[in-house]
Design a protein around this ligand. Structure first.
Ligand code: BES
Ligand code: ZN
Length: 590
Protein backbone atom coordinates (compact mmCIF):
# COMPACT_ATOMS: atom_id res chain seq x y z
CA UNK A 1 0.00 0.00 0.00
CA UNK A 2 1.74 3.13 -1.09
CA UNK A 3 1.43 6.29 -3.03
CA UNK A 4 4.01 6.48 -5.77
CA UNK A 5 3.37 9.93 -7.13
CA UNK A 6 3.95 13.07 -5.07
CA UNK A 7 1.05 14.72 -6.86
CA UNK A 8 -1.65 12.11 -6.61
CA UNK A 9 -3.60 10.43 -3.83
CA UNK A 10 -3.97 7.34 -5.99
CA UNK A 11 -2.64 4.09 -4.57
CA UNK A 12 -2.38 1.71 -7.49
CA UNK A 13 -2.17 -1.27 -5.15
CA UNK A 14 -5.82 -0.68 -4.27
CA UNK A 15 -6.88 -1.25 -7.87
CA UNK A 16 -6.37 0.36 -11.24
CA UNK A 17 -8.98 2.26 -13.16
CA UNK A 18 -8.35 1.14 -16.74
CA UNK A 19 -11.40 2.46 -18.58
CA UNK A 20 -13.76 5.41 -18.16
CA UNK A 21 -17.26 5.75 -19.52
CA UNK A 22 -18.21 9.41 -19.35
CA UNK A 23 -21.22 11.65 -19.80
CA UNK A 24 -20.51 15.36 -19.63
CA UNK A 25 -23.25 17.96 -19.91
CA UNK A 26 -21.94 21.51 -20.35
CA UNK A 27 -23.88 24.43 -18.92
CA UNK A 28 -22.52 27.77 -20.11
CA UNK A 29 -24.99 29.71 -17.98
CA UNK A 30 -23.51 28.42 -14.72
CA UNK A 31 -20.01 27.44 -15.95
CA UNK A 32 -20.55 23.94 -14.63
CA UNK A 33 -20.34 20.46 -16.09
CA UNK A 34 -22.73 17.86 -14.78
CA UNK A 35 -20.95 14.57 -15.14
CA UNK A 36 -21.34 10.88 -14.70
CA UNK A 37 -18.28 8.67 -14.82
CA UNK A 38 -18.21 4.90 -14.70
CA UNK A 39 -14.74 3.79 -13.66
CA UNK A 40 -13.90 0.25 -14.72
CA UNK A 41 -11.18 -1.54 -12.81
CA UNK A 42 -8.46 -3.55 -14.54
CA UNK A 43 -9.16 -6.40 -12.10
CA UNK A 44 -11.94 -6.87 -9.53
CA UNK A 45 -11.07 -5.11 -6.28
CA UNK A 46 -12.50 -4.50 -2.82
CA UNK A 47 -11.86 -2.15 0.07
CA UNK A 48 -10.83 1.51 -0.14
CA UNK A 49 -10.16 3.12 -3.51
CA UNK A 50 -8.58 6.58 -3.36
CA UNK A 51 -9.26 9.01 -6.19
CA UNK A 52 -8.15 12.56 -6.94
CA UNK A 53 -10.65 15.39 -7.16
CA UNK A 54 -10.40 19.16 -7.00
CA UNK A 55 -13.42 21.36 -6.37
CA UNK A 56 -15.75 18.58 -7.54
CA UNK A 57 -19.15 18.22 -5.95
CA UNK A 58 -19.76 14.49 -5.52
CA UNK A 59 -23.46 13.71 -5.74
CA UNK A 60 -23.50 9.93 -5.57
CA UNK A 61 -21.28 6.89 -5.86
CA UNK A 62 -22.79 3.58 -6.88
CA UNK A 63 -21.52 0.06 -7.49
CA UNK A 64 -22.02 -2.07 -10.58
CA UNK A 65 -25.41 -3.22 -9.24
CA UNK A 66 -26.62 0.34 -8.72
CA UNK A 67 -26.26 0.18 -4.91
CA UNK A 68 -25.01 3.34 -3.23
CA UNK A 69 -21.40 2.98 -2.02
CA UNK A 70 -19.99 4.76 1.03
CA UNK A 71 -17.50 7.49 0.25
CA UNK A 72 -15.63 10.24 2.02
CA UNK A 73 -14.36 13.48 0.49
CA UNK A 74 -11.39 14.85 2.44
CA UNK A 75 -10.73 18.55 2.99
CA UNK A 76 -9.05 20.19 0.05
CA UNK A 77 -5.26 20.40 -0.07
CA UNK A 78 -4.16 23.59 -1.84
CA UNK A 79 -1.93 21.70 -4.29
CA UNK A 80 -3.41 18.21 -4.52
CA UNK A 81 -7.10 18.92 -4.17
CA UNK A 82 -9.38 16.61 -2.18
CA UNK A 83 -8.95 12.88 -1.81
CA UNK A 84 -12.13 10.93 -2.51
CA UNK A 85 -12.17 7.54 -0.79
CA UNK A 86 -14.77 5.06 -1.97
CA UNK A 87 -15.35 1.80 -0.09
CA UNK A 88 -15.71 -0.97 -2.66
CA UNK A 89 -17.46 -4.24 -1.86
CA UNK A 90 -15.21 -7.25 -2.54
CA UNK A 91 -15.04 -8.26 -6.19
CA UNK A 92 -16.06 -4.84 -7.57
CA UNK A 93 -15.46 -4.49 -11.29
CA UNK A 94 -16.60 -0.88 -11.56
CA UNK A 95 -18.08 2.12 -9.77
CA UNK A 96 -20.08 5.07 -11.03
CA UNK A 97 -19.71 8.63 -9.75
CA UNK A 98 -22.21 11.45 -10.33
CA UNK A 99 -20.52 14.82 -9.95
CA UNK A 100 -20.61 18.50 -10.84
CA UNK A 101 -17.57 20.64 -11.63
CA UNK A 102 -16.94 24.04 -10.09
CA UNK A 103 -16.91 27.29 -12.11
CA UNK A 104 -13.36 27.59 -10.70
CA UNK A 105 -12.27 24.17 -12.03
CA UNK A 106 -8.52 24.63 -12.56
CA UNK A 107 -8.52 22.67 -15.84
CA UNK A 108 -11.33 24.61 -17.46
CA UNK A 109 -11.69 28.00 -18.98
CA UNK A 110 -15.18 29.16 -19.81
CA UNK A 111 -15.02 32.01 -22.33
CA UNK A 112 -17.58 34.70 -22.89
CA UNK A 113 -18.31 35.22 -26.58
CA UNK A 114 -16.24 38.42 -26.49
CA UNK A 115 -13.13 36.35 -25.79
CA UNK A 116 -13.41 34.39 -29.02
CA UNK A 117 -12.48 35.35 -32.57
CA UNK A 118 -16.09 35.36 -33.71
CA UNK A 119 -17.50 37.10 -30.65
CA UNK A 120 -20.91 35.43 -30.95
CA UNK A 121 -20.60 32.06 -29.23
CA UNK A 122 -19.17 30.97 -25.90
CA UNK A 123 -16.23 28.57 -25.75
CA UNK A 124 -14.91 26.05 -23.26
CA UNK A 125 -11.58 24.29 -23.26
CA UNK A 126 -9.64 22.06 -20.88
CA UNK A 127 -5.94 22.01 -20.05
CA UNK A 128 -5.17 19.09 -17.74
CA UNK A 129 -1.38 18.91 -17.56
CA UNK A 130 0.08 18.68 -15.02
CA UNK A 131 -2.50 17.90 -12.30
CA UNK A 132 -5.79 19.45 -13.37
CA UNK A 133 -7.70 16.47 -14.80
CA UNK A 134 -9.01 15.90 -11.26
CA UNK A 135 -10.99 19.16 -11.48
CA UNK A 136 -13.02 17.75 -14.41
CA UNK A 137 -13.29 14.04 -13.62
CA UNK A 138 -12.69 12.05 -10.45
CA UNK A 139 -9.73 9.86 -11.39
CA UNK A 140 -6.38 8.40 -10.40
CA UNK A 141 -4.64 11.55 -11.58
CA UNK A 142 -1.13 10.18 -11.94
CA UNK A 143 0.63 9.62 -15.28
CA UNK A 144 1.15 6.03 -14.10
CA UNK A 145 -2.59 5.36 -14.27
CA UNK A 146 -3.44 5.08 -17.97
CA UNK A 147 -6.98 4.51 -19.12
CA UNK A 148 -9.03 4.19 -22.28
CA UNK A 149 -12.40 5.90 -22.44
CA UNK A 150 -15.72 6.48 -24.13
CA UNK A 151 -17.34 9.87 -23.73
CA UNK A 152 -20.48 11.69 -24.68
CA UNK A 153 -20.49 15.47 -24.41
CA UNK A 154 -23.68 17.54 -24.55
CA UNK A 155 -23.61 21.21 -25.61
CA UNK A 156 -25.97 23.88 -26.98
CA UNK A 157 -26.63 22.92 -30.58
CA UNK A 158 -24.74 25.87 -32.07
CA UNK A 159 -21.49 24.49 -30.68
CA UNK A 160 -19.16 21.74 -31.84
CA UNK A 161 -17.18 19.55 -29.45
CA UNK A 162 -13.74 18.19 -30.27
CA UNK A 163 -11.86 15.80 -28.03
CA UNK A 164 -8.45 14.14 -27.87
CA UNK A 165 -10.05 10.88 -28.98
CA UNK A 166 -11.67 9.35 -32.06
CA UNK A 167 -14.90 11.17 -32.92
CA UNK A 168 -18.13 9.22 -33.24
CA UNK A 169 -21.59 10.44 -34.13
CA UNK A 170 -23.24 13.73 -33.18
CA UNK A 171 -26.87 13.20 -32.25
CA UNK A 172 -29.79 15.19 -30.84
CA UNK A 173 -29.16 15.94 -27.17
CA UNK A 174 -31.28 15.06 -24.15
CA UNK A 175 -32.99 18.49 -24.15
CA UNK A 176 -34.33 20.63 -26.97
CA UNK A 177 -31.61 22.84 -28.40
CA UNK A 178 -28.76 20.52 -27.41
CA UNK A 179 -26.50 18.14 -29.26
CA UNK A 180 -24.42 15.26 -27.97
CA UNK A 181 -21.03 14.38 -29.43
CA UNK A 182 -19.67 10.88 -28.91
CA UNK A 183 -15.99 9.93 -28.71
CA UNK A 184 -13.94 6.87 -28.06
CA UNK A 185 -10.29 6.59 -27.07
CA UNK A 186 -9.01 3.09 -27.77
CA UNK A 187 -5.41 3.86 -26.73
CA UNK A 188 -4.69 4.08 -23.02
CA UNK A 189 -3.59 7.58 -22.00
CA UNK A 190 -2.45 9.22 -18.78
CA UNK A 191 -5.09 11.54 -17.27
CA UNK A 192 -3.13 14.70 -18.10
CA UNK A 193 -3.81 14.01 -21.78
CA UNK A 194 -7.57 14.05 -21.36
CA UNK A 195 -8.78 17.08 -23.33
CA UNK A 196 -11.69 18.64 -25.13
CA UNK A 197 -12.88 21.97 -26.48
CA UNK A 198 -16.34 23.25 -27.36
CA UNK A 199 -17.10 26.30 -29.46
CA UNK A 200 -18.03 27.52 -32.90
CA UNK A 201 -15.54 25.26 -34.65
CA UNK A 202 -14.97 24.46 -38.30
CA UNK A 203 -12.21 22.42 -39.89
CA UNK A 204 -10.14 21.84 -42.99
CA UNK A 205 -8.14 18.83 -44.10
CA UNK A 206 -4.43 19.53 -44.50
CA UNK A 207 -3.26 16.04 -45.41
CA UNK A 208 -4.34 12.40 -45.32
CA UNK A 209 -3.94 12.22 -41.55
CA UNK A 210 -4.33 15.84 -40.45
CA UNK A 211 -7.01 18.41 -40.13
CA UNK A 212 -7.07 21.82 -38.46
CA UNK A 213 -10.02 22.90 -36.30
CA UNK A 214 -10.61 26.50 -35.32
CA UNK A 215 -13.20 29.25 -35.37
CA UNK A 216 -14.26 30.23 -38.90
CA UNK A 217 -12.50 33.60 -38.59
CA UNK A 218 -9.09 31.89 -38.15
CA UNK A 219 -9.50 28.99 -40.56
CA UNK A 220 -7.78 30.47 -43.58
CA UNK A 221 -4.78 31.78 -41.63
CA UNK A 222 -4.46 28.54 -39.65
CA UNK A 223 -4.60 26.32 -42.72
CA UNK A 224 -1.90 28.42 -44.37
CA UNK A 225 0.43 28.64 -41.37
CA UNK A 226 0.45 24.89 -40.74
CA UNK A 227 0.16 23.64 -44.32
CA UNK A 228 3.38 21.62 -43.89
CA UNK A 229 2.03 19.37 -41.17
CA UNK A 230 2.14 16.23 -43.29
CA UNK A 231 5.82 16.71 -44.15
CA UNK A 232 6.51 17.08 -40.44
CA UNK A 233 4.64 13.90 -39.69
CA UNK A 234 6.70 11.99 -42.26
CA UNK A 235 9.94 13.47 -40.91
CA UNK A 236 8.98 12.52 -37.35
CA UNK A 237 8.18 8.95 -38.40
CA UNK A 238 11.67 8.64 -39.90
CA UNK A 239 13.19 9.50 -36.53
CA UNK A 240 10.88 7.63 -34.19
CA UNK A 241 9.10 4.93 -36.14
CA UNK A 242 5.42 4.63 -37.08
CA UNK A 243 2.83 7.11 -35.83
CA UNK A 244 0.51 5.05 -33.64
CA UNK A 245 -2.32 7.50 -32.94
CA UNK A 246 -4.10 7.18 -36.25
CA UNK A 247 -4.74 10.88 -36.84
CA UNK A 248 -2.79 14.03 -36.02
CA UNK A 249 -5.40 16.79 -35.92
CA UNK A 250 -5.05 20.07 -34.06
CA UNK A 251 -7.07 23.00 -32.83
CA UNK A 252 -6.02 26.64 -33.07
CA UNK A 253 -7.39 27.90 -29.77
CA UNK A 254 -8.70 31.24 -28.53
CA UNK A 255 -5.97 33.67 -27.41
CA UNK A 256 -6.42 32.93 -23.70
CA UNK A 257 -5.00 29.41 -24.13
CA UNK A 258 -2.16 29.58 -21.57
CA UNK A 259 0.48 27.51 -23.43
CA UNK A 260 2.11 27.57 -26.83
CA UNK A 261 0.89 24.08 -27.49
CA UNK A 262 -0.38 20.99 -25.72
CA UNK A 263 0.18 17.51 -27.11
CA UNK A 264 -3.30 16.08 -26.52
CA UNK A 265 -3.25 12.80 -28.44
CA UNK A 266 -4.96 12.93 -31.86
CA UNK A 267 -5.76 16.59 -31.17
CA UNK A 268 -2.94 18.97 -30.34
CA UNK A 269 -3.99 22.37 -28.97
CA UNK A 270 -2.13 25.44 -30.29
CA UNK A 271 -2.09 29.10 -29.32
CA UNK A 272 -3.26 31.49 -32.05
CA UNK A 273 -0.11 33.57 -31.39
CA UNK A 274 1.61 31.09 -33.73
CA UNK A 275 -0.30 32.64 -36.66
CA UNK A 276 2.59 34.92 -37.61
CA UNK A 277 1.77 34.83 -41.30
CA UNK A 278 5.28 33.63 -42.17
CA UNK A 279 5.37 30.06 -40.79
CA UNK A 280 8.22 31.12 -38.51
CA UNK A 281 6.69 29.59 -35.36
CA UNK A 282 5.73 26.15 -36.66
CA UNK A 283 8.38 24.57 -34.45
CA UNK A 284 5.71 24.46 -31.75
CA UNK A 285 3.63 22.18 -33.98
CA UNK A 286 6.71 20.00 -34.57
CA UNK A 287 7.23 19.89 -30.81
CA UNK A 288 3.69 18.76 -30.01
CA UNK A 289 3.85 16.23 -32.83
CA UNK A 290 7.08 14.80 -31.41
CA UNK A 291 5.29 14.24 -28.10
CA UNK A 292 3.23 11.62 -29.94
CA UNK A 293 6.24 9.39 -29.20
CA UNK A 294 8.13 10.99 -26.32
CA UNK A 295 5.46 11.80 -23.75
CA UNK A 296 2.37 10.17 -25.16
CA UNK A 297 3.82 6.72 -25.91
CA UNK A 298 6.65 6.84 -23.37
CA UNK A 299 5.33 8.91 -20.49
CA UNK A 300 7.04 10.36 -17.42
CA UNK A 301 6.09 8.38 -14.31
CA UNK A 302 5.72 11.56 -12.24
CA UNK A 303 6.41 15.24 -12.72
CA UNK A 304 9.89 14.58 -11.29
CA UNK A 305 10.68 12.74 -14.53
CA UNK A 306 9.21 15.51 -16.69
CA UNK A 307 12.54 15.96 -18.49
CA UNK A 308 11.98 12.54 -20.12
CA UNK A 309 8.91 14.07 -21.78
CA UNK A 310 10.21 17.51 -22.60
CA UNK A 311 13.96 17.07 -23.07
CA UNK A 312 13.50 14.26 -25.59
CA UNK A 313 10.73 16.19 -27.31
CA UNK A 314 12.80 19.35 -27.76
CA UNK A 315 15.59 17.17 -29.13
CA UNK A 316 13.14 15.56 -31.58
CA UNK A 317 11.61 18.91 -32.49
CA UNK A 318 15.08 20.13 -33.52
CA UNK A 319 15.83 16.94 -35.42
CA UNK A 320 12.61 17.50 -37.39
CA UNK A 321 13.64 21.10 -37.99
CA UNK A 322 17.08 19.95 -39.15
CA UNK A 323 15.46 17.55 -41.61
CA UNK A 324 13.04 20.12 -43.00
CA UNK A 325 15.11 23.31 -42.88
CA UNK A 326 18.73 22.33 -42.35
CA UNK A 327 21.52 22.74 -39.82
CA UNK A 328 21.50 26.52 -39.77
CA UNK A 329 17.86 26.58 -38.63
CA UNK A 330 18.64 23.99 -35.97
CA UNK A 331 21.53 26.05 -34.59
CA UNK A 332 19.36 29.16 -34.36
CA UNK A 333 16.62 27.22 -32.58
CA UNK A 334 19.17 25.75 -30.15
CA UNK A 335 20.47 29.27 -29.46
CA UNK A 336 17.00 30.48 -28.56
CA UNK A 337 16.69 27.46 -26.28
CA UNK A 338 20.07 28.12 -24.69
CA UNK A 339 18.99 31.66 -23.84
CA UNK A 340 15.76 30.35 -22.31
CA UNK A 341 17.78 27.91 -20.21
CA UNK A 342 20.16 30.62 -19.04
CA UNK A 343 17.25 32.81 -17.96
CA UNK A 344 15.74 29.90 -16.02
CA UNK A 345 19.06 29.05 -14.33
CA UNK A 346 19.55 32.71 -13.39
CA UNK A 347 16.02 32.86 -12.08
CA UNK A 348 16.29 29.81 -9.82
CA UNK A 349 19.90 30.52 -8.81
CA UNK A 350 22.76 28.21 -9.76
CA UNK A 351 22.43 25.85 -6.78
CA UNK A 352 18.67 25.47 -6.86
CA UNK A 353 17.33 21.89 -6.81
CA UNK A 354 14.95 22.92 -9.59
CA UNK A 355 17.93 23.13 -11.93
CA UNK A 356 18.28 19.35 -11.70
CA UNK A 357 16.72 17.19 -14.39
CA UNK A 358 15.41 14.67 -11.86
CA UNK A 359 13.57 16.79 -9.32
CA UNK A 360 12.10 16.05 -5.92
CA UNK A 361 8.87 17.97 -5.86
CA UNK A 362 7.01 16.64 -2.82
CA UNK A 363 5.00 19.53 -1.47
CA UNK A 364 5.54 21.76 -4.51
CA UNK A 365 3.01 22.93 -7.11
CA UNK A 366 4.00 21.85 -10.65
CA UNK A 367 2.58 25.08 -12.09
CA UNK A 368 4.93 27.06 -9.88
CA UNK A 369 8.22 25.35 -10.70
CA UNK A 370 7.49 24.92 -14.42
CA UNK A 371 10.58 26.16 -16.25
CA UNK A 372 12.76 25.65 -19.30
CA UNK A 373 15.23 23.49 -17.33
CA UNK A 374 13.67 20.09 -18.18
CA UNK A 375 13.24 21.25 -21.77
CA UNK A 376 16.58 22.79 -22.58
CA UNK A 377 18.95 21.12 -20.13
CA UNK A 378 17.19 17.90 -21.11
CA UNK A 379 17.70 18.71 -24.80
CA UNK A 380 21.41 19.31 -24.23
CA UNK A 381 21.84 15.98 -22.44
CA UNK A 382 20.03 14.05 -25.18
CA UNK A 383 22.01 15.89 -27.87
CA UNK A 384 25.25 15.13 -25.99
CA UNK A 385 24.35 11.44 -25.87
CA UNK A 386 23.56 11.54 -29.59
CA UNK A 387 26.89 13.19 -30.41
CA UNK A 388 28.87 10.87 -28.16
CA UNK A 389 27.26 7.61 -29.28
CA UNK A 390 27.10 8.70 -32.91
CA UNK A 391 23.84 9.44 -34.69
CA UNK A 392 23.25 5.99 -36.19
CA UNK A 393 23.70 4.17 -32.90
CA UNK A 394 21.72 6.71 -30.94
CA UNK A 395 18.82 6.76 -33.39
CA UNK A 396 18.61 2.98 -33.20
CA UNK A 397 18.58 3.29 -29.42
CA UNK A 398 15.78 5.86 -29.47
CA UNK A 399 13.60 3.69 -31.71
CA UNK A 400 14.17 0.73 -29.41
CA UNK A 401 13.45 2.85 -26.33
CA UNK A 402 10.13 3.98 -27.79
CA UNK A 403 9.20 0.44 -28.76
CA UNK A 404 10.16 -1.03 -25.41
CA UNK A 405 8.25 1.49 -23.28
CA UNK A 406 5.29 2.36 -25.53
CA UNK A 407 2.07 2.94 -23.58
CA UNK A 408 3.91 2.86 -20.25
CA UNK A 409 5.03 5.50 -17.79
CA UNK A 410 8.64 5.33 -16.67
CA UNK A 411 10.99 6.87 -14.16
CA UNK A 412 14.37 8.43 -14.90
CA UNK A 413 15.92 5.39 -13.23
CA UNK A 414 14.18 3.02 -15.66
CA UNK A 415 15.51 5.13 -18.51
CA UNK A 416 19.04 4.95 -17.10
CA UNK A 417 18.82 1.20 -16.69
CA UNK A 418 17.68 0.76 -20.30
CA UNK A 419 20.39 3.13 -21.53
CA UNK A 420 23.09 1.16 -19.72
CA UNK A 421 21.81 -2.12 -21.14
CA UNK A 422 21.61 -0.82 -24.70
CA UNK A 423 24.57 1.57 -24.87
CA UNK A 424 26.85 0.40 -22.07
CA UNK A 425 29.25 3.04 -20.79
CA UNK A 426 27.58 5.98 -22.54
CA UNK A 427 26.09 7.37 -19.34
CA UNK A 428 29.49 7.36 -17.64
CA UNK A 429 31.17 8.86 -20.69
CA UNK A 430 28.84 11.86 -20.80
CA UNK A 431 28.60 12.21 -17.01
CA UNK A 432 24.85 11.52 -17.01
CA UNK A 433 24.72 11.32 -13.23
CA UNK A 434 25.85 14.94 -12.91
CA UNK A 435 23.49 16.05 -15.64
CA UNK A 436 20.51 14.29 -14.10
CA UNK A 437 21.05 14.78 -10.38
CA UNK A 438 23.38 17.78 -10.28
CA UNK A 439 22.46 21.46 -10.35
CA UNK A 440 23.22 23.95 -13.09
CA UNK A 441 24.71 23.23 -16.48
CA UNK A 442 27.67 20.82 -16.78
CA UNK A 443 30.85 21.93 -18.57
CA UNK A 444 30.49 19.40 -21.38
CA UNK A 445 27.22 20.82 -22.71
CA UNK A 446 27.24 20.65 -26.50
CA UNK A 447 27.41 23.94 -28.37
CA UNK A 448 25.47 24.56 -31.56
CA UNK A 449 26.68 27.31 -33.78
CA UNK A 450 26.40 28.63 -37.32
CA UNK A 451 27.74 31.49 -39.40
CA UNK A 452 24.51 33.43 -39.15
CA UNK A 453 24.33 32.93 -35.38
CA UNK A 454 27.88 34.22 -34.89
CA UNK A 455 27.09 37.24 -37.03
CA UNK A 456 23.84 38.09 -35.23
CA UNK A 457 25.32 37.65 -31.77
CA UNK A 458 28.44 39.61 -32.75
CA UNK A 459 26.35 42.51 -33.95
CA UNK A 460 24.24 42.47 -30.78
CA UNK A 461 27.11 42.27 -28.32
CA UNK A 462 28.91 45.00 -30.28
CA UNK A 463 26.13 47.45 -29.43
CA UNK A 464 28.17 49.35 -26.77
CA UNK A 465 30.93 49.84 -29.37
CA UNK A 466 28.43 51.34 -31.79
CA UNK A 467 27.41 48.32 -33.86
CA UNK A 468 23.86 48.80 -35.17
CA UNK A 469 21.51 46.58 -37.21
CA UNK A 470 21.22 48.41 -40.50
CA UNK A 471 20.15 47.83 -44.05
CA UNK A 472 21.06 46.15 -46.27
CA UNK A 473 21.97 43.36 -43.80
CA UNK A 474 18.69 43.51 -41.89
CA UNK A 475 16.54 43.39 -45.03
CA UNK A 476 17.07 39.65 -45.25
CA UNK A 477 16.52 38.97 -41.55
CA UNK A 478 13.86 36.44 -40.73
CA UNK A 479 11.68 36.54 -37.63
CA UNK A 480 14.06 34.05 -36.02
CA UNK A 481 17.05 36.28 -36.78
CA UNK A 482 15.30 39.16 -35.04
CA UNK A 483 14.57 37.01 -32.01
CA UNK A 484 18.21 35.96 -31.75
CA UNK A 485 19.41 39.52 -32.17
CA UNK A 486 17.05 40.98 -29.56
CA UNK A 487 17.88 38.23 -27.06
CA UNK A 488 21.62 38.77 -27.52
CA UNK A 489 21.51 42.56 -27.06
CA UNK A 490 22.85 43.86 -23.74
CA UNK A 491 19.93 44.44 -21.36
CA UNK A 492 20.91 48.09 -20.78
CA UNK A 493 20.81 49.79 -24.17
CA UNK A 494 18.85 52.68 -22.66
CA UNK A 495 15.80 54.57 -23.84
CA UNK A 496 17.81 56.21 -26.64
CA UNK A 497 18.99 52.83 -27.88
CA UNK A 498 15.41 51.59 -27.94
CA UNK A 499 14.23 54.72 -29.70
CA UNK A 500 16.86 54.14 -32.40
CA UNK A 501 15.75 50.55 -32.92
CA UNK A 502 12.08 51.49 -32.98
CA UNK A 503 12.64 54.31 -35.42
CA UNK A 504 14.59 52.11 -37.83
CA UNK A 505 12.66 48.87 -37.45
CA UNK A 506 9.22 49.73 -36.07
CA UNK A 507 9.52 46.98 -33.47
CA UNK A 508 6.65 48.23 -31.31
CA UNK A 509 4.44 47.45 -34.30
CA UNK A 510 5.88 43.96 -34.90
CA UNK A 511 3.22 41.43 -35.86
CA UNK A 512 5.28 38.40 -34.89
CA UNK A 513 4.47 37.59 -31.25
CA UNK A 514 7.98 36.33 -30.41
CA UNK A 515 9.66 39.44 -31.77
CA UNK A 516 7.08 41.62 -30.08
CA UNK A 517 7.47 39.95 -26.68
CA UNK A 518 11.28 40.05 -26.76
CA UNK A 519 11.18 43.64 -27.87
CA UNK A 520 8.58 44.92 -25.43
CA UNK A 521 10.31 43.31 -22.44
CA UNK A 522 13.60 44.95 -23.45
CA UNK A 523 11.98 48.31 -24.25
CA UNK A 524 9.92 48.50 -21.03
CA UNK A 525 13.02 47.52 -19.04
CA UNK A 526 14.91 50.40 -20.65
CA UNK A 527 12.24 53.01 -20.07
CA UNK A 528 11.27 53.35 -23.75
CA UNK A 529 7.93 55.08 -23.16
CA UNK A 530 6.29 54.42 -26.54
CA UNK A 531 6.38 50.69 -25.70
CA UNK A 532 4.41 50.97 -22.44
CA UNK A 533 0.96 51.22 -23.95
CA UNK A 534 1.66 48.49 -26.49
CA UNK A 535 2.92 46.16 -23.75
CA UNK A 536 -0.21 46.77 -21.70
CA UNK A 537 -2.35 46.24 -24.80
CA UNK A 538 -0.55 43.03 -25.79
CA UNK A 539 -0.96 41.39 -22.37
CA UNK A 540 -4.65 42.17 -22.71
CA UNK A 541 -4.84 40.38 -26.05
CA UNK A 542 -3.02 37.14 -25.27
CA UNK A 543 -3.15 34.61 -22.45
CA UNK A 544 -0.01 32.66 -23.30
CA UNK A 545 2.10 32.54 -20.14
CA UNK A 546 5.33 32.61 -22.12
CA UNK A 547 4.47 36.23 -22.98
CA UNK A 548 2.52 37.28 -19.92
CA UNK A 549 5.28 36.38 -17.46
CA UNK A 550 8.19 38.38 -18.96
CA UNK A 551 5.97 41.32 -19.84
CA UNK A 552 4.34 41.57 -16.42
CA UNK A 553 7.80 41.13 -14.90
CA UNK A 554 9.12 44.04 -17.00
CA UNK A 555 6.09 46.26 -16.33
CA UNK A 556 6.21 45.50 -12.61
CA UNK A 557 9.99 45.95 -12.48
CA UNK A 558 9.94 49.47 -13.96
CA UNK A 559 8.84 52.07 -11.40
CA UNK A 560 7.22 54.13 -14.12
CA UNK A 561 4.96 51.25 -15.18
CA UNK A 562 4.38 49.41 -11.92
CA UNK A 563 0.97 50.97 -11.51
CA UNK A 564 0.12 50.27 -15.14
CA UNK A 565 1.00 46.61 -14.51
CA UNK A 566 -1.41 46.38 -11.59
CA UNK A 567 -4.19 48.23 -13.42
CA UNK A 568 -3.76 46.17 -16.55
CA UNK A 569 -3.93 42.99 -14.51
CA UNK A 570 -7.12 44.02 -12.69
CA UNK A 571 -8.70 44.83 -16.01
CA UNK A 572 -7.79 41.58 -17.74
CA UNK A 573 -7.61 39.10 -14.84
CA UNK A 574 -11.15 37.79 -15.41
CA UNK A 575 -10.16 36.83 -18.96
CA UNK A 576 -6.96 35.01 -18.01
CA UNK A 577 -6.82 31.27 -17.55
CA UNK A 578 -6.77 30.32 -13.84
CA UNK A 579 -3.19 29.02 -14.16
CA UNK A 580 -1.98 32.21 -15.84
CA UNK A 581 -3.76 34.35 -13.28
CA UNK A 582 -1.92 32.59 -10.46
CA UNK A 583 1.44 33.05 -12.19
CA UNK A 584 0.93 36.79 -12.69
CA UNK A 585 -0.29 37.27 -9.12
CA UNK A 586 3.01 35.82 -7.92
CA UNK A 587 4.93 38.25 -10.15
CA UNK A 588 2.97 41.30 -9.01
CA UNK A 589 3.38 40.30 -5.36
CA UNK A 590 7.18 40.26 -5.74
N1 BES B 1 3.32 19.69 -22.61
C1 BES B 1 3.76 21.02 -22.82
C2 BES B 1 2.87 22.06 -22.20
C3 BES B 1 2.67 21.93 -20.70
C4 BES B 1 3.70 21.54 -19.87
C5 BES B 1 1.46 22.22 -20.16
C6 BES B 1 3.48 21.42 -18.50
C7 BES B 1 1.24 22.09 -18.80
C8 BES B 1 2.26 21.69 -17.96
C9 BES B 1 3.93 21.33 -24.30
O1 BES B 1 4.37 20.26 -25.05
C10 BES B 1 4.99 22.39 -24.42
O2 BES B 1 6.08 22.12 -24.02
N2 BES B 1 4.67 23.54 -24.99
C11 BES B 1 5.61 24.63 -25.18
C12 BES B 1 6.08 24.71 -26.60
C13 BES B 1 7.45 24.17 -26.88
C14 BES B 1 7.89 24.48 -28.29
C15 BES B 1 8.51 24.40 -25.88
C16 BES B 1 4.88 25.93 -24.88
O3 BES B 1 3.72 25.88 -24.51
O4 BES B 1 5.48 26.98 -25.01
ZN1 ZN C 1 6.40 19.76 -24.66
Amino acid sequence: MSRRDPHSYADLDQGRVSHLDLDLDLDFATSRITGRARLDLAAPAGGPLDLDTRDLEIRAVTGADGQALPFKLDPRDSILGAKLRVELPPGSASLTIAFVTSPEASALQWLEPAMTAGGRHPYLFSQCQAIHARSVIPCQDSPQARFTFDARVTVPEALTVVMAAAPGAATAGPRPGTRTFAFTMPQAVPPYLFAFAAGNLVSRDLGPRSRVYTEPELLEASAWEFADVDRMLLAAEEIFGPYLWDRFDFVVMPPSFPYGGMENPRLTFLTPTLLAGDRSLVNVLAHELAHSWTGNLVTNATIDDFWLNEGFTVWAERRILEKLEGNEAKALSAAIGRKGLQDALDNFGAGSPFTRLKTDSWGADPDEFYSMVPYEKGFLLVALMEQTAGRARFDAFVKKYIERFSFTSITTEQFEEFLEAELPGLAAEVGAEGWIRGEGLPQNAPVFTSAQLVQLQGLATGWPQGARPEAPATEAWTAIDWQIYLQALPRDIGAEGCAWLDEHHALTRAGNSEILCNWLALAVGNGHEPAYARAAEFVGQVGRMKYLKPLYTALHGNKATRKLAAETFSKHAPGYHPIARGGIERILAG
